[in-house]
Design a protein around this ligand. Structure first.
Ligand code: BGC
Length: 260
């Protein structure tokens, strides 16, 4: 299947590492023009951008804190000034936060997790849709998680935000369906990225994690990026308002693999 994103103007949040980085590279390889958002690592973002440029694609970096509405507005102003419109938004920026049971958790930490993982995508979608609704075209891809579905002890803010983001996807898809705009969620499972390095970097926690995946291994970043490229491309022209899980069947009750 040929994925063609030629000249599509794509803004990808949280793209200075992890899934955002590899999605930016994949979209650029498919012909898209990239606005590469980062929060606090300009050097890493610039390095990725120059790597993308060397391969002949159009890219520039954009600093913004997605949990701050004014900062998001300023980022969109720059993006629109550069490319004149927006075709693709990938709401990827996110953090797991520190592990803490609800009654032991710190309120400001909890708020931070929800602000980045849920308010961020809302602020970005709100800006992008100002343009997409006028253009009457566009795609928004919200990176959720298997934890839009699976509760995750110690990460209540994260799970609540991802479940909320999944519902945000569906609701926006309903709002813009008649305007030719698609909105989807992509829910990765355990993918080898810096976000969960402390888990897959340790043999015991890695074995415990693999036990939760019927397919028997962690995912690679490229496997998520390929799925993301499909979803934002014309190949997925009738896919909207739903979630694609890229998770090795993690949501599929792994404990029942050996009978119940
Ligand atoms: C989290 C990872 C975790 C995975 C599976 C993701 O959403 O960001 O840290 O390994 O879910 O639990």
């Amino acid at each position: 299947m040929n994925i063609n994103l030629k000249d599509k103007r794509a803004l990808i949040t949280g793209a200075s590492s992890g899934l955002g980085e590899i999605i930016a590279k994949e979209f650029a390889a498919d012909g898209a023009k990239i606005g590469l958002n980062y929060h606090s690592h300009p050097d890493a973002a610039e390095k990725i951008a120059s790597n993308i440029r060397e391969n002949g694609a159009d890219v520039f970096t954009l600093q913004s804190d997605v949990s701050d509405a004014e900062s998001v507005e300023a980022m969109f102003e720059k993006f629109i000034k550069q490319y004149g419109g927006i075709d693709i938004l990938v709401n990827n920026a996110g953090i797991d936060g520190n592990r803490a049971l609800v009654w032991e958790s710190d309120i400001s930490e909890w708020e931070k997790v929800v602000k980045i993982n849920l308010f961020g995508p809302y602020y970005c979608a709100r800006e992008a849709l100002k343009y997409m609704t006028v253009q009457k075209s566009g795609v928004i891809l919200n990176m959720t998680s298997v934890h839009e579905n699976i509760p995750w002890s110690g990460y209540s803010g994260y799970a609540a935000a991802k479940a909320g983001l999944s519902m945000l996807t569906k609701t926006i898809a309903q709002e813009v369906g008649s305007l030719g705009i698609r909105v989807m969620s992509l829910a990765p499972g355990a993918i080898k990225t810096p976000i969960n390095q402390s888990v897959w970097g340790n043999p015991n926690s890695l074995a415990d994690l693999i036990d939760k995946i019927p397919y028997g291994r962690l995912g690679e970043r490229e496997e998520v990026a390929k799925a993301a490229a499909f979803l934002v491309s014309e190949n997925a022209s009738y896919v909207t308002g739903s979630t694609l899980f890229v998770d090795g069947a993690m949501i599929d009750y792994a404990n029942f693999t050996h009978g119940g």
